[in-house]
Ligand binder design. Sequence first.
Ligand SMILES: [Cu+2]
Length: 280
Amino acid sequence: MNSLALINEFLGQPPNASAHGYQIDHILEFCHWFMAALFVGWSTFFIFVLIRFRKARQPAADHAGVRSPISTHLEFSVVLIEAVLLLGFAIPLWAKRVNQFPPGKEALLVHVVAQQFSFNYHLPGPDGQFGRRDVSFVSNSNPLGLDPNDPAGKDDIVTTGELHVPVNRPVIAELSSKDVIHDFFLPNMRIAGDAIPGSLIPIWFTPLKTGTYEVICAQLCGLGHYGMKGTLVVDTPQDYQAWLKERAELAGGAQSATSPGAPAQNKPPAPAASPSPRGE
Ligand SMILES: [Cu+2]
């Protein structure tokens, strides 16, 4: 941590815990210091102008105005620095985040399905395959509409509110929503992505430090919006395997509870469990 990082702390940024987060912090730090320099610079210039062109010193208006090229040079420099920031740092970093996803084998893929008002997580279980999901199977005990007849889904893990991931392994979170637009925001991982009904939006990050972090919804999605606060637990690989095992056992129990073909409870169907296509 260099002294520049102080400005992020001062602004209330939680500590970074992801691999790419340092680059984002760096841009934020630089931008804030640059804005501070601009603020001091332009304020000084403004005060200088007030004094230099005061009425006592300039009784008659000068219609030609300022002839010095300094302000032009200053403005050009500011535009240049901003262009370098945008084209040299911000856009390449963004492009890397969007285009250079880690290879599928290396990364952990998790489906994040937002709803009013919680985040549901769908993991493939030991077989590594996601079970089919369909809106017709959605019920209180099956919030994602896992197809009970699909063998690939038998060992799938579905959790609500808490997501576990292993440390030092890239995580791809595929975002979707069952109702309105939410935003899956992991402040410590310096990543956020909108969860939009009818869309699958992947985001990725690599957690570097074990610990428990906040998950929040960053779109005002309704009255219970605040209640979407959840937890991301970054485990050591051993702890993660233990958690997977525990959840898989629980999932086995839950699967038999919702016996295949059991009709969804008598309630209006939820809008949709993506990624099934829908005709809205
Ligand atoms: Cu939300």
